[in-house]
Write a protein that binds this ligand. Structure first.
Ligand code: UD1
Length: 425
């Protein structure tokens, strides 16, 4: 038995009010890696206090980086001293967010050692594209004693074509190329807002990275980078989650701290179901849910398509829509982990390989359900908000990995959620 936290959610409360998004989880993790390559003092603002970041900070401290301070959303790191270019596997828990450490360490130390990667169990998640690109830049890789060891006497610029626009591979190549000799071009590169956030930081630190049409980047290597400060973008997936939470409870909320262009696909899909969504100014979205909303179909895609990270939450919403919805997951092969749990709450969903067919039902009932991954866990919380009775969502650690106080933010909007300790087998 282990001690775990769970959420007790009393369903049926309409969300109402204003809530602010935290900074993006998928920005801060690669940005911390980038700070290592900078070899100077850097400060980030709008930093989310999430468990994945706390784990990452422990890992980089063990490597020799100084966490000068982390308070009120501001994180200062000092990477001037000598470091050990090896990421440890702490508590048997290796962190997916360390994947961009490879490019950063190769850029800085010409050597990187990484344990096999963790993160959500939503698919095989290989790193062959990262390795292929970094090899083309002159890195040799081998597996030694459970570590992937990369070594490059000198990183050399080249043209890289990614077979798939992988976010992590693109970020690794940007980091490696920023300090390589010559000009690297990456084609079919990821276009996610967090990739542009990384570029914006690197360019402030002295890198020379420009987008090339279509979907590529040109990186002119520089001799060194320098310290700077950077405010990270709002978390579009958190915004999407809060938007869907509002819609599923037929409430009305204003979500601030988010650039609506980063989450347009979710706005569009909510509108298709009949919900009202308005964009206000540069950083606020107003969502008004409606009773008897319609079904819709979704296919997850790379940005600006519908994000895979907001797919489970949308499935929860569609369980209560009028009619049948079809959701196709095209990015990760194992991302329907929450569906079995939703079925225990009365949802009717049929899954065949990468497709889920959701038959809308009148209502969901409460149940004790288990979060199995980050976004699937959030999806169960949303279902709990709409269900009759009190739903228990177990294994909260998955949700805390990537959401900053999701329960507190929902309570701020009027939800009735209690966080409790419990024994889990
Ligand atoms: C990042 C995000 C994650 C999001 C995902 C897709 C971070 C820390 N995580 O993950 O939240 O769900 O983007 O938007 O930013 N692939 C390969 N070979 C590779 C790399 C990837 O086959 O070398 C495949 C993956 O298995 C997956 C797809 O490409 O099927 C997308 O992966 P990728 O874009 O790399 O996602 P991550 O960077 O891991």
């Amino acid at each position: 038995m282990t001690k775990e936290q769970a959420l007790l959610i009393e369903g049926g409360k309409r969300l109402n009010g204003t809530v602010r998004c935290s900074g993006a989880k998928n920005s801060i993790l690669p940005l911390v890696a980038a700070a290592i390559a900078v070899r100077d003092v850097v400060t980030f603002q709008n930093v989310p206090d999430i468990a994945d970041l706390r784990s990452l900070l422990e890992l980089i401290t063990a490597m020799g980086i100084t966490v000068v301070s982390f308070k009120d959303g501001e994180l200062t790191l000092d990477s001037r001293g000598p470091i050990e270019p090896r990421v440890e596997n702490t508590n048997g828990y290796s962190l997916r967010g360390t994947q961009t450490m490879v490019g950063a360490l190769l850029a800085r130390e010409h050597r990187a050692m990484l344990p096999s990667l963790g993160g959500c169990s939503i698919g095989a998640r290989p790193i062959d594209l990262h390795i292929k690109g970094l090899r083309a830049m002159g890195t040799s890789f081998e597996w030694k004693d459970g570590y992937l060891v990369g070594q490059a006497a000198a990183l050399k610029a080249c043209d890289v074509y990614l077979d798939f626009p992988s976010v992590g591979a693109t970020e690794n190549l940007l980091l490696a190329a920023a300090l390589a000799e010559g000009t690297t071009r990456v084609f079919n590169a990821a276009q996610e807002p967090e990739v542009y956030d990384l570029i914006s930081f690197l360019n402030k630190a002295g890198a020379r990275i420009v987008p090339v049409f279509p979907f590529g980047f040109r990186i002119e290597g520089v001799g060194q980078l320098h310290g700077t400060s950077h405010r990270i973008i709002g978390d579009r997936i958190e915004a999407g989650t809060l938007m869907i939470a509002t819609a599923i409870t037929q409430g009305e909320s204003t979500i601030t701290g988010i650039d609506a262009r980063h989450i347009w696909s979710v706005i569009a899909k909510l509108r298709e179901t009949g919900a009202n969504v308005d964009v206000q100014g540069d950083d606020a979205i107003v969502v008004q849910g409606v009773e008897g909303y319609r079904s819709t179909d979704i296919r997850t895609l790379t940005f600006p398509g519908y994000p895979t990270d907001a797919q489970p939450q949308m499935i929860s919403y569609l369980t209560l829509a009028r009619g049948n919805s079809v959701v196709v997951e095209s990015i990760f092969e194992n991302r329907f982990g929450a569906i079995l749990e939703l079925e225990r709450m009365g949802a009717r969903i049929k899954v065949t390989e990468e497709t889920a067919i959701i038959e809308g039902v009148e209502s969901l009932n409460s149940a004790t359900v288990q979060a199995k991954d980050l976004r699937g866990g959030a999806a169960l919380v949303l279902a709990g908000l709409a269900a009759h009775g009190t739903t228990t969502v177990k294994s909260l650690r998955h949700i805390d990995r990537g959401y900053e106080a999701l329960d507190a933010k929902l309570c701020q909007l009027g939800a009735s959620i209690t966080r409790v300790d419990r024994e889990e087998g």
